[in-house]
Ligand binder design. Structure first.
Ligand code: ZN
Length: 128
């Protein structure tokens, strides 16, 4: 069964740590971003988990803003050569995209589990 009990708090810490949203013991990820089939501790089936493009959108918006603002401020203040811009911002781009991507994916899946978020489905209404 998917869904938290009424006493559950938001599973933010579980999501950020990449742990199972139900038991907080099993691991959520098999590789860097690929999910396991199910929790190795409580058996929760991760088939419900689909963060879609959500993690990438947050990373692009937040990381992009950080890098662009930093590059603009540096350009205005120091006017460094372009090779120095590349040397500064390429590593920063990798840091602000790769590090939070897994964290945000875990968080979004944990919140998806907590709020029972899923694709819309048609339901039959008895005998109409
Ligand atoms: Zn679990």
């Amino acid at each position: 069964m998917i869904g938290p009990t009424p006493t559950d708090k938001l599973p933010i810490g579980r999501g950020l740590r990449g742990r199972c949203p139900r038991c907080a013991e099993g691991r959520l990820f098999q590789g860097f971003l690929s999910l396991r089939q199910a929790c190795e501790h409580c058996g929760l089936d991760y088939a419900f988990a689909d963060a879609g493009d959500g993690p990438a959108v947050f990373v692009i918006l937040i990381g992009g803003a950080i890098v662009v603002v930093a590059a603009l401020l540096t350009e205005v203040a120091y006017q460094p050569p372009y090779w120095l811009h590349a040397a500064l911002w390429l590593p920063l781009i990798l840091i602000v995209t790769l590090v939070p991507l897994r964290l945000i994916k875990g968080l979004l899946i944990a919140l998806q589990y907590h709020h029972k978020a899923a694709e819309g489905r048609f339901e039959r209404r008895g005998d109409v």
